[in-house]
Design a binder for this molecule. Structure first.
Ligand SMILES: *[C@@H]1O[C@H](CO)[C@@H](O)[C@H](O)[C@H]1NC(C)=O
Length: 200
């Protein structure tokens, strides 16, 4: 729970506050509680930057390809950020176990949230694996369920860390410790670990 408190503490003091309910008490536990998901079923999530509105989103390349061609959205693709799973069935979770305490303790849903104000802020937050929309405050809404990740460091997963550029109200997520260090060195604020994913 410690890192989630830190996420909230940082984001609540930021220009664009956001709040989500705690989702799991076992985020630092490393005991494996579910079978490992098949890495071959994970997808590479790309960092896409919307320069006109200064925000990042994270989704597989095919999603950007479609949005650019079909909707004419001018994404700048900044490269692979992490690998994770689009659906619980891609993670090999039996649909009847979606709401089980074991699955809820081992997997989080990754929600893209937005605000309804003038700034088109986007961020990722973790919610329960059963897909219940996380509670948000201050005008923030859950926009899209982007995928699922481990809630704990199991099966070779690494922390997916958030960073906030407070001056620009832009958030970024990385599975690379060195990239995280680089951005912290440039003044970005650590907003903590939101889940555990596979490195690219
Ligand atoms: C989904 O999981 C969360 C966290 O375990 C729980 O609080 C919530 O009641 C569940 N939702 C449903 C519809 O069962």
């Amino acid at each position: 729970m410690h890192h989630l408190s830190r996420v909230l503490a940082v984001i609540l003091t930021a220009a664009t506050p956001v709040f989500c309910s705690p989702i799991s008490a076992s985020v630092h536990e490393t005991r494996q509680s579910i079978p490992c998901a098949d890495p071959a079923q994970s997808q590479e999530y790309i960092s896409g930057y919307n320069a006109a509105q200064t925000y990042h989103v994270f989704t597989p390349k095919w999603d950007f390809i479609n949005d650019m061609t079909t909707n004419g959205v001018n994404w700048i693709l900044q490269g692979p950020a992490f690998k994770t799973w689009r659906t619980l069935s891609d993670m090999g979770v039996d649909p009847s176990l979606t709401n089980s305490p074991t699955v809820n303790a081992a997997i989080v849903a990754l929600w893209q949230i937005t605000n309804n104000g003038a700034q088109n802020f986007r961020a990722l937050v973790a919610g329960p694996s059963n897909g219940t929309v996380p509670s948000l405050q201050f005008g923030y809404t859950a926009e899209l369920l982007r995928g699922y990740a481990y809630a704990v460091s199991i099966c070779g997963s690494v922390p997916l860390r958030g960073l906030l550029n407070q001056a620009k109200s832009d958030s970024y997520f990385t599975a690379s410790e060195l990239e995280w260090e680089g951005l912290v060195g440039e003044g970005w604020q650590d907003v903590g670990v939101i889940g555990y994913v596979l490195p690219v």
